[in-house]
Design a protein around this ligand. Structure first.
Ligand code: AHR
Length: 522
């Protein structure tokens, strides 16, 4: 991969007569991509671009929801209007709620009916705070309608009952008269919402009940049996609580023991973290830490490939989706904030995680059909941060918005030969890419260059298509550590990209260091 490359020493004299020598690497167009523009068969599900909203820190309370009595923050039934507008612009397709670990402590009936009559609860996983249950099922599902997003509800298996979860489905989905639909109507909602996506527990191997995979598989079968769609939602997609990272045995046990007609999806969680005991700052990090996080983000390629291979053994027709319903970067909380609230800033490093990971998901669209970035607002790798009446969009938001051109488009297979991003004795592929053709026939390519210092020249060829024009947008900044703050909310924004042009039939692109680019070809 490092062929066609010439290295020579370059010395120069700095002010103050200090002689400095640096190794300059002269590169030619070493990266090559071939897009098979007439070979598209698979749809990239828009739900790969999903998000996650847990009752954790200020994701729900103060993030999405400020209560309908808020005088200073414009809202619709308590949900911030600025948040709704931003998420709609980003085209949020699906939102997972209420957890996370919280889901297996949540009793949904405590969150319906008059708000002043609802019991409170203690959020035992996240900061031990007392919540008043003012944001419940109606609030979430009505909010999803406002956002134009599919709701994805995580059911409580750890401390709930089969009856409780089956009642929840009846409450949200049943059209005719039934105990739960009557209760729904009494609470002000006559028409059902038709919730399709249901998680049966979360991290059942850990905070969801510390179960072993065989035991959980049986639990899943029991819950799934009683979760009818009540003939109204076009079929439920029941999603099994999945593996952590490389626990392929977990996936294998579920695939082996759960009948495929009971299984819509199998989940998997992977966070990009340096060391669970020493995660490091979100904004004050070295190149070594950046490289470490990129290594973790790249791990997603191996994880989805290997989990998908296990699934292929039992489900060669790929009926069951791999649902990566938690992913993203995880660092130390911002200094001075509650350690249980997982509030972290979001830098260009996070933009690189997002660009890279979304390219991986697109290229595995045959199996990965739902994914949820953790988490939407004020928690972990957020797309939005709020501070009272102020709201900012993070670099990750901009990547999600730039990549939304792929939602429900046809994946175009591509072959990529990339130079390496070398750090010390280690290396990673510098360039990642994915391509699709949308319903109007427009082709898009998204590209990332994760190299912290070197730009990458890429030569892109297309088989089976000819294009006349190329335009694009780029997200980058001066420093990898740069981020948008409440003081400088627009420091990192996508701008027009002029580094792509056709030459002798190929598209020649020059990607600056740590940049994310989307190209439109017509
Ligand atoms: O996203 C934060 C937590 O990470 C979730 O609650 C849990 O599922 C995972 O361990």
């Amino acid at each position: 991969m490092l062929s066609m490359k010439k290295t020579f020493a370059h010395c120069y004299l700095l002010m103050g007569m200090i002689l400095s020598c640096s190794i300059i690497t002269k590169t030619f167009a070493q990266n090559k991509i071939t897009v098979e523009a007439d070979q598209g068969k698979i749809t990239i599900s828009k739900n790969i671009y999903g998000h996650f909203a847990e009752h954790l820190g200020h994701c729900i309370y103060g993030g999405f929801y400020v209560g309908d009595t808020s005088k200073t923050i414009p809202n619709t039934d308590g949900v911030r209007n600025d948040v709704i507008a931003a998420l709609k612009k980003m085209k949020i397709p699906i939102l997972r709620w209420p957890g996370g670990c919280f889901a297996d402590t949540y009793h949904w009936k405590d969150g319906i009916g008059p708000k002043d009559k609802r019991p409170n609860m203690v959020n035992r996983w996240w900061g031990g705070v007392t919540e008043d249950n003012s944001f419940g099922t109606h609030d979430f599902l009505n909010m999803c309608e406002l956002l134009g997003a599919e709701p994805y509800i995580s059911g409580n298996v750890g401390s709930g009952t089969v009856q409780e979860l089956s009642d929840w489905v009846q409450y949200t989905n049943f059209k005719g008269r039934s105990p739960m639909s009557d209760l729904r109507a009494a609470n002000g909602r006559v028409e059902p919402w038709k919730v399709k996506f249901w998680g049966i527990g979360n991290e059942a191997w850990g905070c969801g009940g510390n179960m072993r995979p065989d035991y959980y598989a049986d639990e899943y079968r029991k819950y799934a049996t009683f979760m009818s769609d009540w003939g109204n939602s076009g079929g439920l997609m029941r999603i099994a609580s999945g593996a952590s990272d490389a626990d392929y045995h977990w996936t294998e046990t579920l695939m082996k023991n759960i009948p495929l007609d009971m299984l819509g999806g199998v989940a998997m969680h992977h966070y990009s973290v340096l060391d669970w005991n020493k995660k490091g700052s979100a904004t004050d990090f070295s190149e070594a830490q950046y490289f470490g996080i990129m290594k973790q983000a790249y791990k997603m390629e191996e994880l989805v490939t290997k989990h998908a291979a296990v699934m292929d053994k039992y489900d060669p027709e790929k009926k069951v989706a791999l649902v990566v319903d938690e992913w993203g970067g995880w660092y130390d909380v911002e200094p001075g904030t509650n350690p249980g609230f997982l509030y972290q800033q979001n830098s260009m490093r996070d933009a690189m995680i997002a660009g890279l990971t979304l390219n991986i998901f697109n290229n595995h669209a045959d199996r990965v059909r739902v994914a949820n970035l953790a988490q939407c607002i004020n928690v972990l790798q957020s797309v939005i941060l709020t501070n009272k009446e102020r709201m900012i969009l993070t670099p990750t938001y901009h990547v999600m918005e730039m990549y939304n051109v792929h939602q429900d488009a046809t994946l175009l297979p591509l072959i990529i030969k990339t130079d390496d991003y070398v750090f010390g004795n280690e290396k990673l592929p510098a360039v990642s890419a994915s391509a699709s053709k949308d319903k109007k026939g427009v082709t898009h390519i998204t590209l990332t260059n994760i190299d912290a210092a070197k730009s990458q020249a890429i030569s892109i060829d297309f088989t089976g298509a000819k294009f006349k024009t190329v335009s694009g947008r780029i997200l980058t900044s001066k420093k990898l550590q740069d981020y948008n703050s409440f003081e400088q909310p627009q420091k990192i924004m996508p701008v027009a990209f002029t580094g792509a042009q056709f030459k002798n039939g190929s598209l020649e692109v020059k990607l600056p260091p740590f940049s994310v680019v989307v190209l439109t070809l017509e």
